[in-house]
Design a protein around this ligand. Structure first.
Ligand code: HDE
Length: 724
């Protein structure tokens, strides 16, 4: 018997309620076999005598162990590592002139969603902080069926044609002979492939940028990448690209930090998402679209069907339709996050596909992969995948079928069931594919309009601030220095040089190489056997684009200086200054930030006013890479802090990673042992950006200063020439 526990009110929705029929609550219940027989002893197997052999008869042990033996399913071939949450989409700006999709027309309906974030290359247990693209896959449970927006946090892709996807993934995954490296693109096979695929250059710029090491899933943009179609009630189509802009802004960590987080907390992003939702700090995005009239299809320098291109927001602005909010963690990771099955081909009337050859290939792949991953064509019956719209058809049977279809008719046309289930006319909500006129030869080739591989790569690079450009250069140096085959490094320099000479030269300097005078001609995979190779040569750079602020994370116009949910470590010694801790803590918490007490040991420490205060972490069990800023109050036990290498490391890392550091009066000796001390020793009058030292004079402004600096996310002016 199940308890029928109500689902918590405010963060429930139609899908969350629908899942209730599958929830199992054990509280107050007897333990039973899978078949309901109450178990009297769950600790011992059935034996012939106390010290004798186990008996085959033991149906209870056999059932328990058999189930355990079969607990695992294959992990996703890509995007194996991920985390998900429930939420809703709320429409504020209906667009009936562009699409008839109900959930984009009716503002009275909140559409339930389930969003899964992921990395691409690593295995299920790999670190969250790998340099990688992040998946951003949303299941919209609309009243007209499921719409899956299976996107990424980067708006372009490595390849132009689905035919190359297995090659790309074989190249980036661990090398097949020794299964090294895990969750990393810094190895020969990946860069060998990329160096022969000029079409990947735009994506490479993004993947080597800080976008590939996000601070949080909640601080990433999401993109549908491909051009899709909207279709309105009159059957008119408009090209559309999907965008999700995070309320907290788009932010990253720095590479050294990513490496250290991977050791300190490989679940960093998963934990961050979970904790934010549990604490009521609900992640939120604006959902927007770029719309292009059919008549304008050919008005751009690039092809709308080419998934290695963006439409710069300066050319077509993003129209915001509403907000997407995540407000509920799953009840069970396996049942929901692991078994959720996305598919770009899950669409509803009013949304249709373009002929992007990458998208077209995906339309095949996703059902196919669920068959091997989830094991049956009945994966749509798994609770998280179930539509909340009525579902009736003549599909039947198969492994693990749940539905009990009543009646003798499982075919159409039929007369024995009055022709039911019946087809829906367009007016009744039947899906009608867009009537695109196509007149063409069957050819196995690529369109010439897909040959400009460098212009948007150059646009991306020049739209970055100097700090961001330096990070791209460092990332390329890091990755390529891990490549053992020199010819691959040289070929990459040749390609980078076609994007931006300064970039190529700086990367080359880090590799101890020269940029090749004439790049080795990469093999051109776009040429079909029946095509003219000259016509498919990569076009030289067209540098006509204006830089776009939307592409930079530092000057991105959607970034606000909110400090909501940011985490600040308070490094407290015994007898810490309670007044200064409380003043900053209260001010931070009032703005939605989190203050964590880090102390010399677990349990509690006592402040100078005698208050026993629980420590959240110790200097040994945590690190500044897990926080956005640190504050060091004065303490009677300051001497112990001064002698503690972990404390010094805390401060040095926070400084190196350009984080805000606040310090009380009385911390001078401690600071003198850190990088801060070294910098100040050079010039006593210098103030260091983002290092806020409390004095008697600034007592009134310290807290506001600290909060203002924290809102900047990083103090980039502190970053010294990372690039030699
Ligand atoms: Fe995927 N991709 N993909 N992909 N993809 C999968 O489906 C595939 C591509 C993306 O959280 C797989 O259920 C092909 C682009 C996300 O469950 C698989 C091609 C984009 C997720 C698959 C692509 C994506 C997947 C593996 C080239 C961004 C995770 C497990 C034609 C727009 C969804 C699964 C989740 C997952 C195939 C390219 C995004 C094998 C063949 C481009 C976010 O079906």
């Amino acid at each position: 018997m199940k308890n029928n526990k109500p689902t918590p009110g405010s963060n429930s929705n139609a899908k969350v309620e629908e899942l209730e029929r599958n929830r199992e609550y054990s509280e107050g219940q007897f333990i039973t076999t899978d078949h309901g027989t109450r178990i009297n002893n769950d600790h011992n197997s059935l034996k012939a005598g106390e010290r004798g052999p186990s008996l085959l008869e033991d149906f209870i042990m056999r059932e328990k162990i058999t189930h355990f033996d079969h607990e695992r399913i294959p992990e996703r071939i890509v995007h194996a590592r991920g985390s998900g949450a429930h939420g809703y989409f709320e429409l504020t700006n209906p667009i009936p002139e562009f699409t008839k999709a109900g959930f984009l027309n009716d503002t009275s309906v909140k559409t339930p969603v389930f969003l899964r974030f992921s990395t691409v290359a690593g295995f299920r247990g790999s670190t969250d902080l790998a340099r990688d693209v992040r998946g951003f896959a949303i299941k919209f449970y609309t009243q007209e069926g499921i719409f899956d927006m299976v996107g990424n946090n980067i708006p372009v892709f490595f390849i132009q044609d689905a035919m190359k996807f297995p090659d790309l993934i074989h190249a980036v995954k661990p090398e097949p002979h020794n299964e090294i490296p895990q969750a990393a693109s810094a190895h020969d096979t990946f860069w060998d492939f990329i160096s022969l695929m000029p079409e990947s250059m735009h994506m490479i710029m993004w993947a080597m940028s800080d976008r590939a090491i996000p601070r949080s899933y909640r601080m990433m943009e999401g993109f549908g990448i491909h051009t899709f179609r909207f279709v309105n009630a009159e059957g008119k189509s408009t090209f559309v690209k999907f965008h999700f802009k995070p309320k907290l802004g788009t932010h990253a960590v720095v590479w050294d930090e990513a490496l250290k987080i991977s050791g300190n907390d490989p679940d960093f992003h998963r934990r961050d998402l979970w904790e934010a939702i549990e604490s009521g700090s609900f992640p939120e995005w604006d959902f927007g679209v770029q719309l292009v009239a059919e008549e304008d299809e050919h008005k751009f320098d690039f092809d709308l069907l080419d998934p290695t291109k963006i439409i710069p927001e300066e050319l077509v602005p993003v129209t915001i339709l509403g907000k997407l909010v995540l407000n509920r963690n799953p009840d069970n990771f396996f049942a929901e996050t692991e078994q959720v099955a996305f598919h770009p081909g899950h669409v509803v009337p009013g949304i249709d596909f373009s002929n992007d050859p990458l998208l077209q290939g995906r339309l095949f792949s996703y059902t196919d992969t669920q068959l091997s991953r989830l094991g049956s064509p009945n994966f749509h019956e798994i609770p998280i995948n179930r539509t909340i719209a009525p579902m009736h058809n003549n599909q039947r049977d198969g492994h693990m079928r749940q539905e009990i279809n009543v009646g003798r008719v499982a075919y159409s046309p039929n007369s024995l069931a009055n022709g039911d289930p019946k087809q829906a006319t367009e007016a009744e909500g039947g899906f009608v594919s867009y009537h695109e006129r196509i007149e063409a030869h069957k050819v196995r080739t690529r369109s010439e309009s897909f040959s400009d591989h460098f212009s948007q790569a150059a646009l991306f690079f020049k739209s970055q601030t100097e700090v961001e450009q330096n990070h791209i250069i460092s990332a390329l140096r890091f990755e390529l220095s891990k490549v053992e085959t020199e010819a691959i490094r040289v070929r990459m320099l040749g390609l980078l040089n076609q994007v931006n000479t300064d970039l190529a030269e700086k990367v080359a300097a880090g590799l101890g190489l020269d940029v090749p005078a004439s790049p080795e001609r990469p093999m051109n995979h776009g040429v079909g056997a029946d095509a003219d190779p000259e016509k498919h040569e990569p076009k030289p750079l067209n540098d006509n684009y204006e830089p776009s602020v939307a592409l930079s994370m530092v000057v991105n116009p959607t970034n606000s200086n909110t400090i909501e949910s940011r985490k600040v470590a308070f490094l407290c010694g015994e007898g810490f200054n309670e007044a200064s801790v409380n003043a900053l803590k209260e001010a931070l918490e009032a703005k939605g930030a989190k203050a964590k007490i880090v102390g010399p040991h677990a349990g509690a420490i006592t402040g100078d006013a005698g208050t026993a205060t629980k420590t959240d972490f110790t200097f040994f069990s945590s690190s500044s890479v897990l926080f956005d800023a640190i504050y060091i109050p004065d303490a009677k036990g300051m001497k112990a802090l001064e002698a503690n290498d972990n404390v010094i490391q805390y401060i040095n890392d926070a400084y190196r990673h350009c984080k805000v550091i606040g310090a009380d009066i009385g911390t001078d000796t401690l600071l003198s042992k850190t990088t801060i001390g070294n910098k100040l020793a050079d010039n006593k009058d210098t103030t260091l950006p983002g290092v806020i030292l409390q004095t008697d004079e600034n007592a009134g402004s310290f807290v506001t200063d600290f909060i203002a600096q924290l809102g900047r996310h990083r103090i980039w002016e502190r970053e010294e020439a990372i690039v030699m």
